[in-house]
Ligand binder design. Structure first.
Ligand code: ACO
Length: 322
């Protein structure tokens, strides 16, 4: 059976970096509160007119360059997003068209902050069938468009961005141990009201705004994430201690630290970008992976565990050797 091997990564952030102090100028909050509770110092916010597909295309182009793969060689485009350009068609088809890809399949996947991990697992399954050869898997979000900018409890937590990876199906002999070794996805819809958007075409007919019971989300996150990491490691037949890098969803530094502590992984083996990106939902894991690879911390042959949890609740993990 073919293996899905990571060939390249890319990231894209809107140029405007917004500090906590800038938000504190218009909300009853402070840099000290945000840093202490979340670890966030800044986020990037898109200007009016910028679309999710703009960031997705920029991240995809960077990933294609890193992979040395021409866009036309891609036969599967999956975009994980909760903030699509339009209700339909899928943002993935817009990305496909703008990259000049005319063959294969393209679709969006919606699992909120777990979206990229879900998309990676789905792309892995499709590449293993040998029906597709090269996949572009993207997490791209404009959460600034669905925030209630008068709600200090949520407005300070999120940012905009996109991350992308190129995966290629290889025979095991060629892959030489590289590639996606295991993936595990979970969902429990009973918790839908703890983190949701209060609109949509099927209900209010409006886009809606993000609503969250932060403390409850926090409580579930650490337990669910530690469990899914263990389950994924068992599936792959590796020990959690063998993981070289944890690449977690970047929601809150305290969630990341508590999860790493529960797993017995030192923070020196965890990629953290939440300080500069805030929570970019489906974009956070591929952005963190891209940063770790580009700054030389994550090296070929190393074992990386990607994990995320988000609205739904949904959560999941993917173990891959770089
Ligand atoms: N600035 C100042 N004060 C604030 C702010 C703010 N931005 N936001 C809330 N507060 C106040 C509250 O009003 C409250 O005041 P009160 O005691 O007078 O009522 C006080 O701070 C404490 O509020 P809590 O919500 O209990 O604060 P908590 O310590 O739980 O921190 C936070 C809130 C940061 C949202 C935390 O619960 C959290 O990170 N939860 C996880 C949520 C998350 O990451 N969601 C992302 C999507 S899901 C995921 O990715 C895992």
């Amino acid at each position: 059976m073919p293996v899905a091997v990571l060939r390249g990564t890319g990231g894209a952030l809107p140029p405007r970096r917004v500090t906590n102090d800038e938000l504190a100028a218009r909300l009853a909050t402070s840099d000290a509160w945000i840093v202490e509770r979340t670890g966030i110092r800044a986020r990037h916010l898109a200007p009016p007119g910028m679309c999710t597909s703009d960031l997705a295309v920029a991240a995809a182009q960077a990933a294609l360059v890193a992979a040395g793969t021409p866009a036309q060689a891609i036969d599967l485009v999956v975009v994980a997003t909760s903030t699509p350009d339009r209700t339909f068609p899928a943002t993935a088809t817009a990305v496909q068209a703008r990259l000049g890809i005319t063959g294969g399949a393209a679709f969006d996947l919606q699992a909120v902050c777990s979206g990229f991990v879900y998309a990676l697992a789905v792309a892995d399954s499709l590449l293993r069938t040998a029906a597709y050869r090269r996949a572009l898997v993207i997490g791209a979000e404009l959460f600034s468009r669905i925030l209630d900018w008068d709600d200090r409890a949520t407005a300070v937590l999120f940012g905009d961005g996109a991350g992308a990876v190129v995966l290629e199906a290889m025979e095991p002999a060629e892959a030489q141990g590289r590639g996606i070794l295991a993936a595990r996805l979970r969902a429990d819809g009973r918790y839908g009201d703890l983190l949701y958007v209060d609109g949509g075409p099927g209900t209010t007919g409006t886009v809606g705004r993000l609503r969250m019971q932060g403390r409850e989300v926090f409580r579930h996150a650490v337990v669910n994430l530690a469990d899914i990491v263990h389950e994924t490691a068992i599936l792959a037949g590796v020990s959690v201690a063998d993981i070289d890098w944890l690449v977690p969803h970047q929601a809150n530094r305290r969630i990341i630290e508590a999860t790493a502590r529960k797993l017995g992984l030192p923070m020196e083996r965890v990629i953290v970008t939440v300080d500069e990106h805030a929570n970019t939902s489906a974009a956070s894991v591929p952005l963190a992976l891209d940063q770790g690879i580009r700054d030389g911390r994550i090296r070929p042959g190393q074992l990386c565990l990607l994990e995320a949890m988000g609205g739904g609740f949904t959560w999941g993990a993917v173990l891959l050797r770089i």
